[in-house]
Unconditional design. Structure first.
Length: 239
């Protein structure tokens, strides 16, 4: 859930070319007879390269998982001991401390049309309930994404608003029960675009969805009380 890739990654594909060049171009410096007997064949080198790349990709997945766990710990960790607020709220017992805000890049309000609807990116962070209430007040609702084309449009809108990155941004998807999700306008959830391993309901309190986790457009579940940017969808393109 961040504005960029918050992890130390192995540049797997770039390293692949370097390793390939080293393995294939390295000369044999031993005795000619030893070279004939011991120099690995091209096929053996390629097999070794494939194993290296596979290991690097597995390490990349482990680093992604560690980055997610670290981010959740930093973004959702209370600043003092005590119970946490219920999803979508920031009020209650004064002893309850708000969760730390999710890191957000600088952004600006942007309004664009797609498929006969108007979409407005709002660069004023709100929790999910506040964002949906504001959207209704404006005559719309939090954005609903029903296909690949609309997903691509949303990613483009977010990049335009945030200077090329995809920031954490609320949309109108919320949990219906333990296993099902629903859109705020009742449209079917036939199209879903979760990140690998999501939704995972970390800590048992993630019942709202957003784009922009680890800097890409795939979806992630999160606590509804986290302040984020959001997108309002209007059926009237004049909004």
């Amino acid at each position: 859930m961040t504005t960029g890739r918050l992890f130390i990654a192995f540049p797997a594909r770039g390293m692949t070319c370097l390793i390939l060049g080293i393995l294939l171009a390295a000369p044999w410096k031993g005795h000619p007879e030893e070279a004939q007997q011991e120099t690995p064949s091209l096929e053996a080198r390629l097999q070794r390269l494939e194993k290296i790349v596979q290991t690097m990709e597995e390490n990349q997945k482990r680093l992604d998982k560690i980055a997610e766990q670290m981010f959740l710990g930093n973004a959702n960790k209370p600043t003092q001991a005590g119970p946490l607020p219920s999803p979508g709220t920031t009020q209650g017992n004064p002893a309850i401390v708000r969760r730390r805000k999710m890191p957000l890049p600088a952004a600006k309000d942007v309004s664009r049309e797609f498929g006969g609807h108007r979409y407005r990116f709002v660069a004023t962070p709100k929790n999910w309930s506040e964002a949906e209430a504001f959207a209704k007040q404006e005559g719309g609702h939090l954005a609903v994404i029903t296909g690949k084309e609309e997903q691509a449009f949303m990613e483009s809108l977010l990049r335009e608003a945030a200077g090329g990155t995809i920031p954490p941004t609320w949309m109108g998807l919320l949990k219906k029960n333990d296993s099902d999700w629903e859109w705020v306008n009742g449209e079917p959830t036939s199209f879903l675009f979760w990140r690998e391993g999501e939704p995972n309901n970390a800590r048992g309190t993630q019942d709202r969805a957003h784009l922009g986790f680890l800097g890409d457009g795939r979806w992630n579940d999160n606590q509804g009380d986290s302040p984020m940017y959001f997108v309002i969808e209007f059926s009237d393109i004049q909004k």
